[in-house]
Write a protein that binds this ligand. Structure first.
Ligand code: FMN
Length: 385
């Protein structure tokens, strides 16, 4: 069985360690005290080093230790994945770029043409993480006032059209959100492969849309039993439509030679938090079912890091250290590998892993944890059967 491992490319900035709150990698926040970029040349002028160059270093490191590609998240505070992925493709050889985007913000025909061009230019290295938005103020930030289920309706139609025009000329579509007459990509573009579709969202509407269009259904880490149930439901739904669904998990790791060292790192991160941060609210208003599932796991109050250990090697405080989902894996290299192995046994077909700082941790996880899971073949890791 082949298991694809992706790494995260932190389009939202990167901390130097779990103890740092400053984004001090690259020139993300140039006023930071420890920032080394933008550097100055011998004449005192800007040396031209940009954050995308730092992302390039992470992508190269991840590629060199066997990750097949990198997820580029998309939030109001990130760089734009469509823009930075072709720049990063020039820095790497076969590394794939998973572009996160909300389909509703693009015209599907134009998106298909852009993607086909990107496939042509990069040798087919484009992958999508289809996201449909968390509602509330962050959705309005984008100028999008559609309701939760309408957003998923729009996502489904977007993918109908996206795939339809890729099928070639003479494509017509009459939907609620999109109408196309005699459309279709030119033969030159249509011969490129459609990017693999990864799909995120935990609501019923999301599962329905994923069943129709996703190659991989993607989830944040949840308690293992809960995640197993969710994956089983997704696989069942797709099977009912005559398809086969693969499932993937996106999770942060703190992996160290010994378990004690891994927990010491987490503890140091936790103890560096201000009391306000530790007491932080459970997150802003959202209509996202996935975010609500994560909020239910988030600590409202904790005075010690070990109050947040929810199962062996599972820590529920990651959201305090860096935002995002609550649960992550903490342990020795062997324990981290064992937890990933357990997830594989429970129906996980691929992973997007991450660690802070992303550059050094890409090497560490790639060199110390992934080899424990199986042997490498053609740049893809083959998990032990
Ligand atoms: C692994 C994963 C990655 C995600 N990445 C992003 C992202 O980069 N940007 C974003 O706005 N939402 C992201 N989301 C949020 C979801 O795509 C989705 O918009 C949200 O969960 C609302 O849908 P739901 O109600 O079906 O859960 C991500 C979700 C998951 C599970």
């Amino acid at each position: 069985m082949t298991i694809d491992f992706y790494w995260r490319l932190p389009s939202h900035g990167c901390h130097g360690s779990l103890r740092d709150t400053a984004y001090d990698r690259g020139d993300w926040s140039p006023t930071g005290t420890r920032n080394i970029a933008p550097g100055l040349d011998r004449n005192g002028a800007d040396d031209g080093f940009r954050y995308v160059d730092h992302l390039g270093a992470i992508a190269k490191a991840a590629e060199s230790v066997g990750f097949i590609g990198g997820l580029i998240p998309s939030f109001p505070n990130t760089d734009d994945p469509w823009v930075i992925s072709p720049l990063l493709a020039r820095e790497t050889k076969a590394f794939r770029f998973m572009i996160a985007f909300q389909p509703g913000f693009l015209n599907p025909v134009h998106a298909a043409r852009m993607s086909a061009s990107l496939q042509r230019a990069t040798g087919g290295r484009t992958v999508f993480n289809i996201i449909t938005g968390g509602g509330g103020p962050s959705q309005l930030w984008w100028g999008d006032s559609f309701s939760h289920d309408d957003r998923y309706g729009r996502t489904t139609e977007f993918l109908d059209v996206f795939k339809g025009v890729w099928g070639g000329e003479g494509f017509s579509y009459d939907g609620r959100f999109y109408q196309v007459r005699d459309g279709g990509l030119s033969p030159l573009l249509a011969r490129e492969e459609i990017p693999e579709i990864w799909f995120s969202g935990s609501s019923d509407a999301a599962l329905q849309s994923a069943a129709k269009h996703a190659d991989y259904y993607l989830s944040w880490l949840e308690p293992f039993d809960q995640l197993t149930d969710k994956f089983a439901r997704v696989k069942e739904r797709t099977a009912a439509l005559g398809g086969e669904q693969k499932c993937a998990v996106r999770v942060d790791l703190v992996a160290r030679p010994t378990e004690e060292e891994a927990w010491a790192e987490v503890r140091a991160g936790f103890e560096s938090l201000s009391p306000e941060r530790r007491r932080q609210a459970r997150g802003g208003p959202t209509d996202s079912v996935g975010a609500a599932r994560q909020q239910a796991l988030k600590p409202s109050e904790a005075t010690r890091y070990d109050e947040l250990i929810v199962a062996p090697n599972l820590w529920g405080g990651f959201s305090l250290l860096r935002g995002g989902p609550a649960l992550g894996i903490v342990g020795s290299y062997e324990q981290c590998a064992a937890r990933l192995e357990e997830l594989i046994t429970r129906g996980t077909d691929a992973f997007i892993l991450a660690g802070t700082p992303h550059l050094e941790e890409a090497y560490r996880v790639g060199e110390e944890v992934l080899p424990l899971l199986g042997r490498r073949e053609s740049g893809v890791l083959q998990a032990a059967e």
